[in-house]
Ligand binder design. Structure first.
Ligand code: FES
Length: 111
């Protein structure tokens, strides 16, 4: 059984609603999103090619991120692609914001 390792990456005011931030955890680029006050974390690298999802357009109406390179949208909660050309999900990670601190536990699942 694996135990989640929580990593502090910042404070909630560092990522206002409708914005994203990029951090590295164990050399893994991770994108953090604030969609209407709810925080999400995904692998930052798109599953389709080399693009940084934290540079994409955040659609707060459906809590999805649109890749800046070819425009695939990904669900922030699941990491599932919502539109082509990407067909593979990106990993989603657990986020905790207790006491205003953003903590992330990296998923061990291979995307
Ligand atoms: S690199 Fe993201 S959709 Fe192509």
């Amino acid at each position: 059984m694996s135990v989640a390792t929580w990593v502090e990456v910042g404070r909630i005011e560092d990522v206002p609603s409708g914005h994203a931030a990029r951090v590295e955890i164990d050399e893994t680029p991770v994108a953090i999103f604030n969609c209407n006050g709810q925080f999400y974390a995904l692998d930052d690298t798109c599953s389709h090619a080399e693009a940084s999802l934290s540079d994409g357009d955040l659609d707060v109406s459906r809590c999805a991120i649109e890749c800046p390179l070819h425009g695939s949208a990904f669900d922030l909660a699941s990491g599932d692609p919502l539109s082509l050309p990407a067909v593979q999900p990106v990993r989603s990670h657990v986020v905790d914001t207790a006491d205003g601190v953003i903590r992330i536990a990296l998923s061990n699942e291979v995307a």
